[in-house]
Design a protein around this ligand. Structure first.
Ligand code: ADP
Ligand code: MG
Length: 206
């Protein structure tokens, strides 16, 4: 079972990952966007870390809905509302149980990813964060929520697969064909989110 501690650890590992990778995310966004994705993610997840430390939510759903609210209120770019919706919707689906089974997390993440697709009007293949999120959740589902490492690997592959795609949503779509040949920044940060999930699980097992 996954408890609130696990979800707090996930958010903390993610905050450190975006801190560490901020320059790379911004570099990717400077090629096909406006060079703020690293700063956006850093600001957002720093706020998540502060809020989670202060409010000490006691349930998995509480941690994720609080995190989602912080991302929505602190990040100006498109990624704030999108990641905020992902975490808030996932948290809402987890309800107020003190701990959740891995399969429940899979179902909740599916709802979260569907909400991102609905909000952004994007689908897999449009060169967005969904190209990492969807395969990650699918891989997690295939292992019945047991293999976070498989999900992280699938997210990584999904992010890499955005390189030859032409962007159809978001700022990068303004570039048309010139968006081809670059990895999508949001898909890259989504891969970090699943790597953080795998790391949080590995830490918990130690
Ligand atoms: P902005 O584009 O406002 O500067 P960011 O740079 O923080 O915001 O985030 C850009 C990322 O957001 C993109 O790389 C892409 O993955 C994601 N994104 C943008 N628009 C959409 C959308 N409509 N649906 C899903 N993801 C999107
Ligand atoms: Mg940007």
């Amino acid at each position: 079972m996954l408890d609130a501690d696990f979800f707090r650890r996930w958010m903390a590992v993610m905050a450190h990952a975006v801190e560490r990778e901020a320059d790379r995310l911004t570099e990717l966004d400077s090629a096909i966007g406006d060079a703020d994705h690293g700063a956006n993610m850093q600001r957002g997840f720093a706020a998540v870390l502060t809020a989670v430390g202060k409010e000490e939510p006691e349930t998995p759903g509480g941690v994720l809905t609080l995190a989602g609210r912080q991302l929505i209120s602190t990040v100006g770019g498109a990624s704030g509302p999108l990641y905020g919706t992902l975490l808030r919707r996932t948290g809402k689906a987890l309800g107020d149980a003190a701990s959740v089974a891995p399969v429940q997390l899979v179902e909740a993440l599916r709802a979260g990813v569907a909400a991102v697709a609905q909000l952004g009007g994007a689908a897999a293949g449009d060169k967005t964060m969904l190209d990492a999120l969807e395969p990650a959740v699918e891989a997690l589902g295939e292992s019945l929520g047991e293999s976070f490492a498989d999900a992280a690997e699938a997210a990584d592959q999904g992010a890499l697969a955005t390189v030859p795609m032409q962007a159809r949503k978001g700022r990068a779509s303004y570039l048309g064909e010139r968006s081809v040949g670059h990895q999508d920044p949001g898909a890259t940060s989504s891969a970090l989110l699943f790597a953080a999930l795998a790391e949080a699980a590995a830490e918990g097992a130690r």
